[in-house]
Design a protein around this ligand. Structure first.
Ligand code: ADP
Ligand code: MG
Length: 548
């Protein structure tokens, strides 16, 4: 980490200016961020009088060498940013190089640090350098901030009781501890332990440690990546009501106050009587979020805000409200970056192309808008639109069309010219017996010929199936287990088996018809299993990628 440099004036002028230290909790926030940025695994905080008298924070991070310690307390001195262009790729909490200087200016300040080979300690009082000396300590950093605002009596009058200030500090520590479950955190006031978060933990376990069981039991996990945006966290069920204060929002692991993001979540729940609880981290490429709009770095803004917020609303509806267990949902483990690892996830940086799953984000594509269609690898349909390029996955597009038409009961059946006779295995036959009424409702008609032999003579009008698909259908129905009684689960299997496959050649007319039927659907953007159907590349996106 080290190698601190003073920022060039041009870079300084680009950094949101302002005071960052308002009270003891802002000191704690900045120091915790520094410790996490230094890859600490353990952060211990000791307070006196709610931090008004003393704040002591000790970490086992990478520490600093002698050369860096003097620079660290200079204004605009940072090891995390060099050029203006780095502002686009910030993956550390800090980047302004101001915190230590600001803290040292308004307190009695001591910083003792070692990078494992040499240790040193620096003392600064009210911004005035007092002393620097060798120190023998293990690798890591210890900062002691005493008598905050001793030289600014007017500011110190704004501080509240020790108890009050301590509560604010506890809130700050909690917000970082929650999203960094691999780090041990403790807070102590004199001899009393106030917080103690063991580590390493999974995200889920730390949530359990934080919140009462009744809330934890009402949480639904979301961990879904749509294009280049990942939503990772826990939200309460829509029917859950409780007076809780569980509103933790993060962008790339940074605790944020982002009113629009907050409102998007509460508006999606729609019921003002049951405000949702959530711990949610929105992960995006660092280049698509601006963290440099406020000195405290708590306010951020997505560059394409409307787009990300619409994705979130859609994700909550499809993942939390329906509690759909899709392929992306897994036990969330927030795996923090290891020392030396590049914090920016290369995958995110690469995938800046976003599918548009929400109907109010994108106008539907119709064959009138788009006259030309190409097929790629007999699997994807490509089309040019006014604003760029659209790619559809032909299989999931057709799956959505069939699913909506059969579940709405307006499918109509196509009578087969040559009925298909199927010899079923005992398992498949059992699945057939269990689903035959549902299948009829969904447009599949048959006759039983003899034991285990079924003759299919009508299929949903929208489906395109052969014998193999029908045999697969019964195999998959059998695999549904208990879900076999649920109409929509059976419909999903019928839609999947009835849909054209990847690898199937389509004529331009067939592609045109598929696109028109897809966009006549209620939800043309997400397939019944939760996969995206359409991906758009805007001309702007392409221009950015080509560096135009
Ligand atoms: P910023 O975090 O914006 O870079 P700070 O004033 O908070 O600015 O810190 C200045 C520099 O001091 C950091 O860039 C980092 O190199 C170093 N530093 C601060 N705290 C620590 C720490 N706990 N462990 C290791 N290095 C630290
Ligand atoms: Mg910092």
């Amino acid at each position: 980490m080290a190698n601190i440099e003073i920022l060039h004036p041009e870079v300084r002028s680009k950094i949101a200016a302002g005071e960052v230290i308002a009270r003891p909790s802002s000191v704690v926030k900045e120091l915790i961020e520094n410790s996490i940025d230094a890859y600490a695994r353990r952060i211990d905080i000791v307070l006196k009088d709610g931090g008004k008298q003393d704040i002591l924070i000790n970490d086992d991070g990478c520490g600093m060498g002698r050369d860096d310690i003097l620079l660290a307390v200079e204004r605009y001195a940072t090891s995390k940013l060099k050029n203006v262009s780095d502002l686009e790729h910030i993956t550390t909490y800090g980047f302004r190089g101001e915190a230590l200087a600001s803290i040292a200016e308004i307190s009695h300040f001591e910083l003792e640090t070692s990078d494992g080979s040499e240790g040193s300690k620096i003392i600064v009082h009210g911004g005035e350098f007092k002393d620097i000396m060798d120190s023998h300590r293990p690798q890591g950093t210890r900062v002691k901030v005493s008598d905050i605002f001793f030289n600014l009596p007017v500011r110190s009058k704004f501080l509240k009781s020790g108890q009050w200030e301590r509560r604010l500090i506890v809130d700050v520590v909690k917000s970082y501890a929650l999203i960094n479950p691999s780090i041990y955190f403790s807070v102590q006031e004199q001899d009393r332990k106030i917080l103690d978060f063991i580590a390493p933990q999974s995200f889920e376990d730390r949530i359990r440690l934080f919140f009462p069981k009744r809330i934890v039991d009402a949480l639904v996990q979301i961990n879904i990546k749509v294009g280049a945006v990942r939503f990772n966290g826990f939200l309460t069920r829509p029917d859950f009501f409780d007076r809780h204060h569980m509103n933790y929002l993060y962008v790339n692991g940074r605790p944020v106050k982002y009113a629009r993001l907050f409102r998007t979540i509460t508006n999606t729940y729609q019921n003002p009587k049951t405000p949702p609880g959530f711990v949610l981290n929105v992960e995006v490429a660092p280049s698509v979020v601006d963290v440099n709009i406020h000195p405290t770095k708590q306010e951020v803004k997505f560059r394409d805000e409307r787009y990300v917020l619409d994705l979130l609303s859609q994700a909550i509806k499809t993942r939390v409200f329906t509690r759909v267990r899709g392929v992306d949902i897994q036990t969330a483990r927030y795996v923090p970056t290891q020392p030396g690892e590049n914090k920016s996830d290369a995958k995110f940086v690469q995938e800046t192309v976003l599918p548009y799953p929400s109907d109010n984000v994108v106008e539907p594509l119709t064959s009138r808008e788009s006259r030309e269609f190409w097929q790629l690898h007999d699997t994807y349909i490509l089309s040019q639109t006014k604003s760029g390029l659209v790619i559809l996955d032909q299989h999931v597009a057709h799956e959505r069309i069939i699913y909506e038409s059969i579940t709405k009961g307006n499918t109509g059946s196509q009578r087969l010219l040559f009925p298909i006779t199927l010899e079923l295995t005992p398992e498949e036959y059992r699945a057939y017996r269990k689903t035959k009424l549902l299948l009829k409702e969904l447009g599949i008609e048959f006759k039983e010929f003899s034991a285990h032999t079924v003759v299919i003579d009508s299929l949903p009008a929208s489906a395109s199936v052969n014998r193999e698909d029908l045999l697969d259908l019964f195999k998959e129905l059998d695999g549904l287990g208990n879900l076999i009684k649920q109409r929509n689960e059976v419909a999903k299997v019928v839609a999947c088996k009835g849909a054209i496959k990847a690898g199937q050649k389509l004529s331009v007319e067939e592609m045109r018809s598929l696109v028109d039927r897809l966009f006549a659907c209620e939800n043309p953007y997400i397939c019944p299993h939760g996969r995206p159907i359409v991906i758009r590349f805007s001309l702007d996106e392409l221009a950015t990628r080509f560096g135009r």
